[in-house]
Design a protein around this ligand. Structure first.
Ligand code: ADP
Ligand code: ASP
Ligand code: MG
Length: 382
């Protein structure tokens, strides 16, 4: 019997009715013979609402207490889903991240998973139960409750899939896969059938939140077969597969994505910058002659304004209104046609070409329209 890990995101469990719909899908899968582990996010915008309450309490909410608060969201969903599955006549049990052996570093807000020891999950699967897991959380070696960063339930699912030797990890959201651009922003975008881990990681890092960037990186590292699907599509809909060797495509460009929440911090001394950002999740770093630059994203920083103030007080230059447009593909600099096309689209802003991506830095209010224009130039059907 195969082990399948499914993850249902916030919009899929936003209401009691949607939780019941998820329960029906899970029960059907269990009855088809698979062992099923289900990871759930907080209902709808619960995490944002809890964060807002914390911000009303304090301008720099204590990180430990913030994690205690935010993990409540996922616990609510796991218990409710377990009840619904019981009602449908299938045995189920819910676990927090700590109970299912997700061990993390001792940092709050965006802890790293160090190890997964899923013994209790394995025992319950052996008893024939469906195991429901609260996503986005773990426990540190000091037995403190930690969270894994925004969108971190995807990482919970992938890490558990890896530790359990699952056949597949299916991430269910409100879109039926990964598209060539966010379908809410680019009407002409189309669904991608399959893409490589590296391409997906570049898309996620550039802002395509349909799959969390840490989750994709983990899946690549441990070789988990990853699928993005819609909760609301028919059960046989295939979604998108993220895998080792996707078929070769004629167009080097696979997708275009944008982000509007970068913070860029620059200082002449690397050691000063490291001290300033110690404990804050840095997404990218670059060093050029006597200037060191670090990029962070606001969604990772519950206390962004305090961090920015501290950096400025220590003599760092901070740009807090920065967006990006990233074109993802393979050999973008090698294909003459693609190279010329992207130079003409992106070179008016500072930009950077790597193996799998081409990123331009621009004001946040230009991001959506630029994603649309670049997408249609590089990917619209010819
Ligand atoms: P969940 O809450 O279920 O984790 P998310 O909101 O994190 O779901 O991710 C799904 C959303 O990702 C979609 O509603 C869509 O707007 C957005 N998205 C951004 N880029 C893409 C893309 N390239 N393909 C599909 N969806 C995308
Ligand atoms: N509830 C958390 C968030 O909103 C984690 C997740 O949904 O994956 O970021
Ligand atoms: Mg998500």
């Amino acid at each position: 019997m195969a082990i399948i890990v499914q993850k249902y995101g916030g919009s899929s469990v936003a209401t009691v009715d949607r939780l019941k719909q998820v329960a029906r899908k899970v029960v059907q899968r269990r009855r088809s013979g698979d062992d099923v582990v289900v990871v759930v996010s907080a209902m709808g915008d619960t995490t944002d609402r809890l964060l807002e309450m914390a911000r009303q309490m304090s301008s720099a909410p204590h990180r430990r207490e913030l994690d205690m608060l935010l993990t409540v969201g996922e616990r609510t969903s796991m218990a409710l889903l377990s009840m619904a599955i019981h009602d449908a006549g299938v045995d189920a049990i819910s676990f927090t991240g700590s109970q299912c052996g997700i061990l993390t570093t001792d940092s709050h807000s965006r802890a790293q998973i160090m190890e997964v020891r899923p013994f209790r999950v394995q025992d319950e699967l052996a008893r024939g139960r469906v195991v429901i897991v609260a996503g986005y959380q773990g426990t540190s070696y000091k037995r403190e409750i930690t969270t894994l960063g925004r969108g971190g339930s995807d990482l919970t699912a992938v890490a558990l899939a890896g530790a359990l030797g699952a056949e597949a990890c299916e991430i269910y959201s409100d879109v039926d896969g990964v598209w060539t651009a966010d379908p809410r922003i680019v009407p002409s975008s189309t669904k991608i059938e399959s893409l490589s881990y590296e391409e997906m990681e570049a898309l996620s890092r550039g802002g395509a939140k349909v799959l969390n960037r840490d989750a994709v990186a983990w899946a690549r590292r441990v070789g988990v077969a990853l699928y993005a699907r819609s909760t609301f599509a028919p059960d046989d809909a295939r979604g998108t597969a993220v895998r080792l060797n996707p078929p070769v495509r004629p167009n080097p460009v696979i997708g275009v994505t944008g982000r509007k929440d970068w913070i860029r911090v620059q200082h002449t001394q690397a050691s000063v910058l490291s001290d300033l950002l110690c404990g804050s999740p840095v997404v990218r770093r670059r060093a050029k002659s006597n200037l060191v630059t670090a990029w962070l994203v606001k969604e990772d920083l519950p206390e962004a304004s305090v961090l920015i103030e501290g950096c400025r007080a220590a003599g760092a230059t901070v740009e807090e209104h920065l967006g990006s447009v990233t074109v993802v593909g393979t050999g973008l600099g090698e294909n003459q046609h693609t190279y010329q096309l992207l130079v003409s689209q992106l070179s008016e802003w500072p930009n950077e070409l790597t193996e799998t991506s081409w990123t331009a830095w621009l004001p946040p209010d230009l991001v959506d329209q630029t994603v649309r224009i670049v997408h249609d130039a590089a990917l619209a059907r010819r």
